[in-house]
Write a protein that binds this ligand. Structure first.
Ligand SMILES: [Zn+2]
Length: 132
């Protein structure tokens, strides 16, 4: 077991540092945990809208979050890294059934367990293993 590289207090004084390391836009960091050789980075989207899945309209009436999901991301300092997020939901009041849509973000595919960056990294390592 490795000693923690960061104490939460220290890392949270400079969340920009971690956001830059992650290379993901429009998020804020809520918490960072290191457990043994794994990083768990809890984030929240700062985008405050999505498009209704029924009519396509841009909607911004916040309607709670769905249960958190855990996405494997590129390693940070050789540590396995996971991003944990509770996707936000928005209400479209143009429909009688008050339909809600879960926010889609540019850095992971819906129902995926990995980020696009991690997915691309794996694909690249299969295509060109000797250039990595
Ligand atoms: Zn709608």
């Amino acid at each position: 077991m490795n000693p923690p590289l960061f104490k939460t207090k220290m890392s949270m004084t400079n969340p920009e540092f971690f956001i830059n390391l992650l290379g993901i836009d429009n998020i804020e960091i809520i918490n960072i945990e290191q457990i043994d050789d794994e990083f768990f980075i809890y984030v929240s989207s700062i985008e405050e809208h999505t498009n209704c899945h029924q009519c396509g309209k841009k909607i911004n009436c916040f309607h709670g979050s769905v249960p958190e999901i855990k996405l494997r991301h590129l390693p940070i300092f050789k540590l396995k890294t996971y991003i944990i997020i509770k996707p936000k939901r928005y209400l479209c009041d143009d429909h009688s059934n008050k339909t809600t849509t879960t926010q889609k973000l540019s850095w992971y595919r819906e129902r995926s367990t990995v980020t696009y960056d991690y997915e691309n990294h794996i694909l690249l390592s299969m295509i060109a293993p000797f250039k990595m």
